[in-house]
Structure formats: C-alpha cells, structure tokens
Design a protein around this ligand. Structure first.
Ligand SMILES: [Zn+2]
Length: 303
C-alpha cells in the first residue's frame, strides 16, 4: 500500500537540531544513492567532517522506522540522516509502502539471536568479506544482496529466454524418446524452481509471470508421471508444485494484474492442466480477483 510520509511531523519528532542538520545535508547536496527498495528508502549521506553514513527508512504500521549506521542506538527519535533521506525522497517523488513488520525484523529464533549477536560484533569490513564470499557460493543470496542495494532491474530478454529454454527442456524429458528415469523429472523440476526463485528476487514483470505459468504447466505434466509411480503419501512431487504456486501468487500480489485478466489467466492455467493444478485457484487469489475477477474466472473456466 502506497502511503505518504508526513515530512513535517517527522522533522518535529526528530527535534530542532536533527531537523536543521537534515535540511542542511539536503541543501548541500550531501544525499546520494537514493534507492527505493522493499518498501523503504535507502540513502548515503556525506558527512561535513568527512565519511559517509548509510541510512534506511521504512514505514511500518504508518510509523517511521529508521535504520542508521551511525545512530543505531538513537532510541526511537529519527536522526538527521533519516530527516535528510526523507526530504530527499520527497524531492525525488518516491512513494512509500507501509509494511506490517519491518523488513528483516521477523521475530528471531534462538539461533538467529546467536548469529545476530555474533554479526553485531564484527567490523564492517569483516561483514562485507563474509557477504562477498557467501554470494560467490549462493546465487540466491547474491541476488538478494544486489536487490537490497537496489541494483537489480526486472529480468531482461536474455534472462527470460534462458528460463524459457529451461522450461522447454524440462517439458521435453518424457517425450524425448530416449530412456529417462523418474528422478530426472524431479531434478529438472527442482532446478527450474531454483532458477525461477533467483530471478524472482528481481522486480516482477508480466513477462516473468508468463514464464512461471509455463513452468507450472510443465510441472503439472512431470508431476503426473511422478505421482503415478510415487507412493501417494510421498510429499516430494508436491513440494516443487507448492513452491511454484506460492511463487505465482507472490508475483501476482506484487504486480496486481487487472482482475478480469487475472481471472482469465488462472482459468486458462487450471483448465489446461491434466491433474489438479498446483495453484490454489481461485481461493488464494480472492483478494486480487474481487467479484469481477471471480466472475471472469468462472466464465472462462466453464466456457
Ligand atoms: Zn543517523
């Protein structure tokens, strides 16, 4: 949900000193790297005495949450960097998304608390080295780091073509005329899911949703072979399907296609699959479809 930030109220909450310092940063042109990501805004503020301060400001339950490198112990009061970031974001016409919980602030489990305490004790350079090493080993993590820094655009044509080829390849395995083993179908499904989830870190696009829908169609076919051979209680084939369905729903929630178009697309997907489609349609999509979309879904399904 896009929300407007009450800039004047923020400056009042920050107090006159931080408010004036924040305005001065903007007036001096000290704010750079303005990035809108995950519902918040990040900025880099050049300090007058040298050095840079990174700040991330988000709106949670209509209240402003500040994550500042320099003032992490500020205790609720927005710092001058937050004021500067919000003013610069307003000047740039950036709108905000209100979130239910702060990004990355889900309740920590016991191990998370251990890791949090350890990570907090590391220097910035140590953390950066660890992140770079991990990113080299884990492409999903790499994509998340790039996304978080606002460095990823929607998937380009070459990326989409690569994914479409993967989908086609998976779909051809049972029809290849060559000998194939059941586990190859499961492996192909898992590989497909892994690649789609990495690309899904990028901002969503209608073209990418189309590729995910193709993958759902292909997986439906592969899962048919698997379910025939597998124990009915075996959860394996279901996990890929469930993950693909969750991915599709998440992308639709991000893109918010028109309700009639979405209804027709869902009906086409459900209608074209031999098994029960892995999509929980239309139930999971009710909020996106509304009455209009549900009518379009039913009409298209029973045509
Ligand atoms: Zn600060």
């Amino acid at each position: 949900m896009a929300v407007s930030v009450d800039v004047e109220a923020l400056i009042a909450a920050a107090g006159p000193r931080a408010g004036a310092a924040g305005r001065e940063y903007v007036a001096r042109g000290s704010v750079s790297g303005l990035t809108s990501v995950d519902g918040g805004v990040r900025a880099c503020v050049a300090e007058i005495q040298g050095g840079r301060t990174h700040v991330f400001v988000s709106v949670v339950s209509r209240a402003l949450v500040v994550d500042c490198d320099r003032d992490s112990e500020a205790g609720g009061q927005p710092c001058e960097h937050a004021v500067a970031a919000v003013l610069a974001a307003r000047d740039a016409g950036i709108s905000w998304t209100s979130m239910a919980v702060p990004c990355g602030a889900e309740p920590a489990v016991a191990e998370d608390r251990l890791v949090t305490a350890a990570a907090t004790s590391l220097t910035r350079a140590e953390l950066v080295r660890l992140i770079v090493t991990q990113a080299a080993e884990d492409r999903l993590f790499e994509a998340r780091v790039l996304h978080r820094a606002g460095r990823l655009g929607p998937a380009d044509e070459a990326e989409l073509a690569r994914l479409r080829e993967l989908v086609r390849h998976a779909g051809r395995i049972p029809d290849s005329g060559e000998h194939w083993e059941l586990h190859e179908l499961l492996d192909a499904g898992r590989e497909l899911l892994t690649e789609l989830e990495i690309v899904a870190v990028r901002p969503a696009s209608a073209e990418f949703v189309g590729v995910v829908e193709d993958a759902i169609g292909v997986w439906d076919k592969l899962a048919g072979y698997l379910l025939d051979a597998w124990d009915a209680d075996d959860a394996e084939p279901g996990t890929v399907g469930d993950a693909l369905a969750a991915l599709h729903l998440r992308l639709c929630e991000e893109l918010r296609p028109g309700p009639v178009e979405l209804g027709q697309r869902l009906a086409a997907l459900v209608g074209s699959t031999d098994l029960d489609s892995c999509l929980d349609a239309p139930d999971s999509y009710v909020d996106l479809l509304g009455a209009e979309g549900l009518t379009a879904y039913d009409a298209a399904l029973h045509r």
